[in-house]
Design a protein around this ligand. Structure first.
Ligand SMILES: Nc1nc2c(ncn2[C@@H]2O[C@H](COP(=O)(O)OP(=O)(O)OP(=O)(O)O)[C@@H](O)[C@H]2O)c(=O)[nH]1
Ligand SMILES: [Mg+2]
Length: 230
């Protein structure tokens, strides 16, 4: 009897744990050379390469995160090429994504100007059952270098385009990477909860962008991020 009870207990525990396994597809978008591949590579394998090699079409990396004692997240990071010639493919790449990063390079104003195009592209092609856009975060990448884009302009764009937040990041110096990903995952989990609990009725209309949230809200949490092969 005790033996049967023990098996039942183990099965229940396993089932419980499996219920909390989640797979999230997250897009990483932005113009050519803004550092999308470097951002993903830094996060998944803690590596950085100074040489540039353009992404062709799209690429993909996986990281398994022990989010808390009940929940494991399989995070698929989709690295979408910035080159214009691949833009006709984005609808296919975007399918089933639940969150997005849009990156610009703080040393090149043209990449900042292109953010609106990327955000609008994803907003028109992906809509939640609530009718709202998927959670998105703006990345001011290469912050190890001098920025030519003023912070107030970044904040205004963030608000105007409906980003949840912006983060200053450096794939080179490993700044803001874990923090921005943890922030977006938190928002994806919240969104998922509201959508499934009441078809989105509880979802905030439009979350006000958290100002000055770059990195400082989220202390480094490397222990949360258990590396697997990407
Ligand atoms: N200084 C500095 N250089 C960076 C950073 N991130 C990326 N780079 C460099 O910027 C160049 C472009 O980086 P990628 O990650 O390949 O850019 P991408 O956005 O994937 O480019 P596409 O694949 O063409 O869309 C490379 O030479 C990187 O080494 C950063 O945070 N700081
Ligand atoms: Mg790339």
């Amino acid at each position: 009897m005790q033996f049967i009870l023990k098996i039942l207990y183990i099965n229940m525990n396993t089932a419980n744990y499996k219920n909390k396994e989640k797979t999230f597809k997250v897009l990483v978008l932005g113009d050519v050379g803004t550092g999308k591949t470097s951002f993903i590579r830094r996060y998944v394998s803690q590596k950085f390469f100074i040489n540039y090699k353009a992404t062709i079409g799209s690429d993909f990396a996986l990281k398994v995160i022990d989010w808390d004692e009940n929940c494991q997240i399989k995070l698929q990071l989709w690295d979408i090429a910035g080159q214009e010639r691949f833009s006709s493919m984005t609808r296919v790449y975007y399918r089933d994504a639940v969150g997005a990063f849009v990156a610009f390079d703080v040393t090149r104003a043209a990449t900042f100007d292109a953010v609106a195009k990327w955000k609008q592209d994803v907003d028109t092609k992906l809509i939640l059952p609530t009718g709202l856009p998927i959670p998105a975060v703006l990345l001011a990448n290469k912050c190890d270098q001098e920025s030519i884009v003023r912070k107030d302009k970044v904040n205004k764009l963030c608000e105007d385009l409906g980003f949840l937040c912006s983060f200053e990041t450096s794939a080179k110096e490993n700044i803001g990477i874990d923090e921005s990903i943890k922030f977006l995952l938190t928002k994806i989990l919240e969104t998922e909860q509201s959508v499934s609990s009441n078809a989105g009725v509880g979802l905030p209309e439009k979350e006000p962008p958290a100002r000055n949230c770059c990195a400082c809200h989220y202390p480094k949490t490397k222990s949360l991020m258990n590396d697997v092969d990407g």
